[in-house]
Design a protein around this ligand. Structure first.
Ligand code: VG1
Ligand code: CO
Length: 543
């Protein structure tokens, strides 16, 4: 076995987005594409030499080969030890936990999360730092910079490592330890959530349905919900991870999980359901006859935090991404803790969590998490909800209704325009930016604007400034429209329009979200001149 040096030339597009470098499998399959970016990581994080690295992925197409390449390159770059999940599998939150628990220098997660998989689908690679969280901007920028000047990469010429059996082996001077991907994570969950209470609730005849969408969440969900909590066998659907997610879109929202929604709206519905995305960090929560929006889910968990053993002493503070509805702000204001507004992407929560300023946070994009790891955590969110149901002994829909009655309802919806030509997406944003200064205080398209800006975030812990994080337009009646371009797509541009309307009056709470938001939606489309720029009359995906 030998360490080889390969000459290479840079790819100019290796710039990580909202959550790592995400490209089509066809892009990653080009000679040296994967190797270049992996070498850029090693170059940008010199502490990996002699250090501990955690490695795992969501099991999608291309993972197996990529992990072997990664291990060969880690050994060639002098990494001291690698901890890798059996069969190369680790959910994103489990990877975060392992980095923290073993004091690793960082972790490399091979996943394109909620993006479709398969030979025509997407692949992704992401570096998490020593706190277990996604690399902060300065680190992703360093990786991008390293990729731009790359002249060579290092790789060993060994045979594939057997990742099917647990145990240790040696690759050059690097130790490789294959671990059970679920064990540590399942152990941690039992310290955060009241398993006895949930077991009692299940024994009382309540039924649950968990949908892993043929992705990496399956083994975690089976262990936790069926083996440890005693839910009926088969409660976890689509539990076996498949490389192409059975041809489906592993994105837990009402559009991509229409079957689960139909079940929960039907006569034989379970009492509780949840679905998870490709790497099991996202969650969608459903009750009999209702889908809980992620923004409401965050607010309800915040309002009921003390029901969870993890939050027995209350919350120091909470955070939400800017486009997430302000439902959680209302809870924080009433209960007297801080509420931070961060840019989209989990990496911005890291400093607040590390500093102990917040213990719970979330995003409108079906992401909820807490201070036990530094990633959003889908399985944990479902467990936290079950804990809540076991304590309150009320149906999900009733808990949601009571929350709205108490705090008012923040109606919410996201309208996505997918696969736009890049120029069209950018034209909408440029149009909006051009109008910003003149908006505040004006009547525009029939509505009174109170505030309009391009969101800029100053990290309260380290002072880092992140500008141009999305256009916010707040209306005098408490409604809001937010616009941004996606940073996780792999084709053209995706324009996201986030709509919110506050309804204080309980008599108005029962109306469907799209009806309540129709006027704000029209306003947003007109303000962004969306049809003129994109030719689209309506959004492709409405959640
Ligand atoms: C999307 C979501 C964002 C989330 C990110 C990663 O980003 O909007 O809230 O943090 O995906 O989630 P964007 O830039 O496409 O809007 V995941 O589950 O892909 O790790
Ligand atoms: Co994900």
């Amino acid at each position: 076995m030998a360490v080889l040096r390969f000459a290479t030339t840079p790819f100019l597009d290796q710039k990580p987005g909202t959550s790592g470098l995400r490209k089509k499998v066809t892009t990653f399959s080009q000679p040296h594409y994967l190797e270049n970016f992996v070498q850029a990581i090693f170059n940008a994080v010199p502490a990996l030499k002699g250090g501990l690295l955690v490695v795992g992925g969501d099991g999608r197409y291309f993972n197996d080969g990529a992990i072997q390449t990664l291990l060969r390159m880690a050994a060639a770059n002098g990494v001291g030890k690698v901890i890798v999940g059996r069969h190369g599998l680790l959910s994103t939150p489990a990877a975060s936990l392992l980095i923290r628990r073993h004091g690793a220098v960082g972790g490399i997660i091979l996943s394109a999360s909620h993006n479709p998989g398969g030979p025509e689908g997407d692949f992704g690679i992401k570096f998490n730092a020593a706190n277990g969280g996604p690399a902060p901007e300065r680190l992703t920028e360093a990786m991008h910079a390293a990729s731009q000047v790359l002249q060579c990469f290092y790789c060993c010429d060994n045979q594939d490592i057997d990742l099917g059996s647990l145990g240790r082996s040696q690759l050059e001077t690097m130790q490789v330890e294959v671990i059970d991907p679920v064990a540590d994570y399942a152990g941690l969950m039992q310290t955060l959530v009241d398993f006895d209470a949930i077991r009692d609730w299940l024994r009382a005849g309540h039924r649950v349905r968990l949908d892993a969408l043929h992705a990496v969440g399956g083994p975690y969900a089976v262990k936790l919900f069926e083996d440890l909590l005693g839910a009926t066998l088969g409660s976890v659907r689509n539990a076996a991870p498949q490389a192409d997610f059975a041809g489906e879109h592993p994105d837990p929202n009402p559009v991509h999980c229409a079957g689960l929604v139909a079940h929960m709206m039907g006569a034989g519905a379970a009492d509780f359901a949840a679905a998870f995305d490709g790497d099991a960090d996202r969650n969608m929560i459903l009750g009999r006859g209702c889908v809980v929006t992620p923004s409401d889910s965050l607010a309800i968990l915040a309002a009921n935090a003390r029901t969870l053993p993890q939050f027995r002493d209350g919350l120091p503070g909470v955070a939400r991404s800017m486009p997430t509805s302000r439902a959680v702000d209302a809870v924080a204001a009433r209960l007297g803790f801080d509420c931070y507004e961060t840019p989209t992407g989990w990496k911005y929560f890291g400093n607040l969590l590390d500093a102990g300023r917040i213990a719970l946070c979330g995003e409108e994009s079906y992401g909820t998490g807490a201070s036990h790891v530094r990633e959003k955590d889908g399985i944990w969110a479902a467990l936290a909800w079950l804990n809540l149901l076991a304590v309150r002994r009320q149906p999900v829909a009733e808990i949601v209704r009571e929350h709205w009655a108490s705090y008012g309802r923040h109606c919410y919806s996201r309208h996505d325009y997918e696969g736009l030509p890049l120029a069209a997406g950018e034209a909408v944003m440029a149009t909006l930016r051009g109008k910003l200064a003149a908006l505040p205080g004006q009547m525009v398209h029939g509505l009174q604007v109170s505030l309009a800006d391009d969101f800029s975030y100053t990290d309260p812990v380290d002072g880092t400034v992140s500008g141009q994080q999305g256009i916010r337009v707040a209306l005098a009646d408490g409604s809001r429209a937010v616009f941004r371009l996606s940073g996780t797509g792999t084709e053209g541009a995706t324009l996201r329009v986030y709509l919110e309307r506050y309804l204080a009056d309980v008599a108005q709470h029962a109306q469907p979200a799209q009806a309540a938001l129709a006027e704000v939606a029209r306003f947003a489309a007109q303000l962004g001149e969306i049809e003129a720029h994109t030719g689209r009359v309506r959004a492709d995906v409405v959640t």
